[in-house]
Design a protein around this ligand. Structure first.
Ligand SMILES: [Zn+2]
Length: 122
């Protein structure tokens, strides 16, 4: 048994179904645009969108698998027929950058960095 020192939440990638550290995954969020049937899935790079979320690797294979299997339907518990254009855009971006999207620029992704300063005194 090993004690994990850092406290990193784990999330399951809806592409490959592998659990991974949350910071290494991209967050997808369900956004309602007003009407009950007018819903779309957005890529939540800032991780601040409220509501149900899903997680996926910045990996072309994972995104491809998600789109092919429509695994976002199960992740968000929704039916087909919503706007997933951002998911297609995400796939294009990842494909174009040759799967090196993995947060090359960490400064844009960590706007609100919470620094844990709770070191033991004494
Ligand atoms: Zn994955």
């Amino acid at each position: 048994m090993s004690v994990v020192d850092r406290h990193v939440p784990q999330r399951t990638c809806i592409g490959c179904r592998v659990r991974c550290d949350q910071p290494s995954l991209i967050r997808l969020a369900l956004v309602r645009t007003g009407h009950a049937h007018d819903t779309r899935i957005v890529v939540d790079m800032r991780r601040t969108t409220h509501g149900r979320g899903a997680w996926i690797h910045a990996d072309a294979a994972c995104v491809e698998h998600m789109l092919r299997k429509k695994s976002w339907m199960r992740a968000f518990r929704v039916s087909q027929g919503m706007d997933i254009s951002e998911l297609n855009t995400l796939r294009e971006r990842i494909t174009q950058t040759d799967t090196t999207l993995r947060y090359r620029n960490p400064h844009t992704a960590t706007d609100n960095v919470v620094v844990d300063t709770s070191t033991g005194s004494g």
